[in-house]
Design a protein around this ligand. Structure first.
Ligand code: GAR
Length: 211
């Protein structure tokens, strides 16, 4: 049985699109049951509509109210895993604890470096030679939690924020479906705050991170 996902977005939804395309493969171990946005004008909502996925808009005026409504809707939809995909609001601590180890997030840096907003800008400001993206289980503090998968992306001479963001985004679109596949097939276990992957094979990440 495919694991039932909810994808939470705030904007463009290109990572949502990557998950929609992954789920279109009948062999993929997950399906998207609902897309929730905190913004009615999020362009990503149209991607869900085009894929015949139900959408819900819950305004994020108050963190607690959003959490209560989202929790109710997610349980009603039978959601098993929540995927944050460019969801740009901090989730309520009780919500995160109530869904412990069932919320994952994608972030455009190699965490724990460059948490928070404008991770690509932070990377350029420091002058790192490599950055990337991370999919992790969510904990209450922003951009923290056990790391499932990462992809490394080089910073190239002449990069600006837009160029680097686009290069990282291409890696995100490969990384998120891979990480969700690992969770949905029950291959991830959290041990001492770190993720162990059952049956680890080097090729799992080799496409993203050449040796
Ligand atoms: C992505 O780069 C994602 O990693 C980032 O927002 C963008 C959303 O793009 N998320 C964060 O920075 C979360 N801390 P998308 O709407 O096209 O998927």
């Amino acid at each position: 049985m495919a694991m039932r996902l909810a994808v939470l977005i705030s904007g463009r939804g290109s990572n949502l699109q990557a998950l929609i395309e992954a789920c279109a493969d009948p062999g993929y171990p997950a399906e998207i049951g609902v897309v929730i946005s905190n913004r009615a004008d999020a362009p990503g909502l149209m991607r869900a509509v085009a894929a015949d996925i139900p959408t819900i808009v819950i305004a994020h005026r108050d963190r607690g109210e959003f959490a209560a409504e989202a929790d109710m809707r997610l349980r009603a939809e039978g959601v098993e895993l929540i995927c944050l995909a460019g969801f740009m609001r901090l989730l309520d601590t009780n919500f995160v604890e109530g869904w412990r180890d069932r919320v994952v997030n994608i972030h455009p840096s190699l965490l724990p470096a460059f948490r928070g907003l404008h991770a690509q800008r932070q990377a350029l400001a420091v002058g790192v030679r490599f950055t990337g993206c991370t999919v992790h289980f969510v904990r209450p503090e922003v951009d923290t939690g056990p790391i499932i998968a990462q992809a490394v992306v080089p910073v190239l001479p002449g990069d600006d924020e837009a160029k680097l963001s686009a290069r990282i985004l291409a890696a995100e679109h490969r990384l998120y479906p891979l990480a969700v596949r690992l969770v949905a097939t029950g291959r991830t276990r959290i041990v001492d705050g770190r993720v162990e992957i059952d049956g680890w094979q080097a090729p799992d990440f080799a496409k993203l991170n050449p040796c």
